[in-house]
Unconditional design. Structure first.
Length: 203
């Protein structure tokens, strides 16, 4: 095998395994602590990763070095990134199906209870928790931020609705929302620091 053909095979398989795992060049670069420019050059066969780096990539994908020498492969049947997104959405939807079921059961069986709609209010932070679990598993910082935000404001809304409904009529329950603002600012700061760290890794 000539050098050029060898480089083309490596490049072809680097692209194939990256797409199979639903990663962009930038995401892969972040996980390997390389620049996206280096990833791009490898995939264009302009340069080759050294043996250590190639072994590192193989371990990351759970394959062997020989897998990088295969000349042709079938297109991935299903994009892993899309699959993860669909799983997250389906799990979040299930929360609302359960909330709707609770609403219907309480409304039909316990007709004296007028607060069955609370199931939808508390479904908001529960949805955030479900999404946060998946985002932590798959390392999506923006999704972690969005999920944490949904949890924060969902809990705030739930507390406000609960206290406003069951406690004495007090006009100060809106302070729950004021108290949530500094927590939200901490989330923003966390996301900013993560972005800054990622940009430094790509320099």
């Amino acid at each position: 095998m000539e050098l050029e053909e060898f480089k083309q095979n490596i490049a072809y398989n680097l692209i194939w395994f990256r797409k199979k795992n639903g990663l962009t060049q930038l995401q892969l670069a972040e996980k390997l602590n390389y620049s996206d420019k280096a990833i791009s050059k490898w995939e264009r066969a302009e340069s080759l990763p050294d043996a250590f780096t190639l072994q590192q990539i193989a371990e990351f994908y759970g394959i062997t070095l020989d897998d990088f020498l295969v000349k042709e492969r079938k297109a991935p049947i299903f994009n892993t990134g899309k699959k993860k997104f669909i799983i997250s959405i389906m799990s979040a939807t299930l929360v609302w199906v359960v909330a709707a079921a609770i609403y219907m059961i309480v409304g039909l069986v316990f007709t004296s209870i007028k607060e069955a709609w609370f199931s939808f209010v508390w479904a908001v932070p529960v949805t955030g928790i479900v999404l946060l679990v998946f985002s932590c598993l798959w390392g999506k910082h923006w999704m972690q931020f969005a999920s944490a935000t949904l949890i924060l404001w969902g809990i705030t809304l739930g507390l406000y609705a609960t206290f406003e409904t069951f406690m004495s009529q007090n006009n100060l329950w809106w302070l729950f929302f004021i108290a949530a603002i500094p927590v939200q600012l901490l989330f923003v700061l966390w996301l900013f620091l993560k972005r800054t760290k990622k940009n430094k890794n790509l320099e």
